[in-house]
Design a protein around this ligand. Structure first.
Ligand code: NAD
Length: 260
């Protein structure tokens, strides 16, 4: 379905981004992987995708907290592959604290990586996608782009901002062959959530297993985690022709979290 297309997935060395990158490669897209981590492990992921899927995969170490570098990632991709069809803005970080104790440096970092990086990437990618008369911009927001939780001021602000940005870009690209949508996952068991499970276990003096159940029971009625591969499937749907007229939306994949 995606043979000949070129996709960037930011933050694809782990978790959700990796699940999305694997699905896009399975469908034949050439890939730019990005994210932090051990160089050897990243190379194993990159070469494994190339070998198993027969696509071209390159790794770009751009730090998503630097707007100029994010713009460079888009430019370099177009120079390397001659095109850019799919941009998945996924890189993200989390930090939790009450608003009056929230460190300003953490606020700034979350806004930069979870929101501003998407702005810089989109701003640079849109002219290229319009020229090609086809493009898919997919922002990995969160249920926290639609509703709030305590102790997540920066994350909730950034993800609501990302949903707002998605709507504007959906309007500005309407009719051009480019679409822009957000996906809003509920709990997905990745390193980002693992820390929150550990915190609950420590705060309440309960086991990991009990903490995991408590985390799900509080928010996610299905009582089950969303899988990175399922989010890969949602991205694939948004890249299909069935989704040509879907733009400016925020799609929850959340086991019922935001239906409450
Ligand atoms: P993760 O920690 O497994 O992955 C985050 C990725 O972002 C990693 O590849 C990491 O290296 C990369 N990254 C972080 N800072 C970076 C930087 N400065 N420059 C480049 N890359 C950077 O977490 P995840 O759960 O897979 O999160 C992916 C996205 O999904 C995030 O935007 C997160 O907010 C969102 N999300 C996660 C959940 C969840 O339950 N896990 C739910 C909703 C939304």
């Amino acid at each position: 379905m995606l043979k000949g297309k070129v996709a960037i997935v930011t933050g694809s060395t782990s978790g959700i981004g990796l699940g999305i990158a694997e699905e896009l490669a399975r469908l034949g897209a050439d890939l730019v992987l990005n994210g932090l981590g051990d160089a050897g492990e990243i190379e194993t992921i990159r070469s494994g995708i190339e070998r198993e899927r027969g696509v071209r995969a390159v790794y770009d170490a751009t730090d998503m907290s630097r707007g100029d570098a994010v713009r460079g990632l888009i430019t370099t991709t177009v120079e390397t592959f001659g095109r850019l069809d799919i941009l998945v803005n996924n890189a993200g970080i989390q930090f939790t604290a009450p608003v009056d104790e929230f460190p300003a440096a953490k606020w700034n970092a979350i806004l930069e990586i979870n929101l501003s990086a998407a702005f810089h990437g989109i701003a640079t990618a849109v002219p290229q996608m319009k020229k090609q008369r086809w493009g898919r911009i997919i922002n990995i927001a969160s249920t926290h782009g639609l509703v709030a939780s305590t102790h997540k001021a920066a994350y909730v602000a950034a993800k609501h901002g990302l949903v707002g940005l998605t709507k504007v870009v959906g309007l500005e690209t309407a009719g051009s062959g480019v679409t822009c949508n957000a996906i809003c996952p509920g709990w997905v068991r990745t390193p980002l959530v693992e820390k929150q499970i550990n915190d609950i276990a420590a705060q309440r003096s309960i086991s990991q297993k009990e903490a995991l159940r408590a985390l799900l029971a509080e928010k996610q009625p299905s009582l089950d985690f969303v899988l990175p591969a399922q989010l890969g499937g949602t991205v694939a749907f948004l890249c299909s022709s069935a989704a040509d007229q879907i733009t400016g939306t925020a799609i929850p994949v959340d086991g019922g979290w935001t239906a409450q």
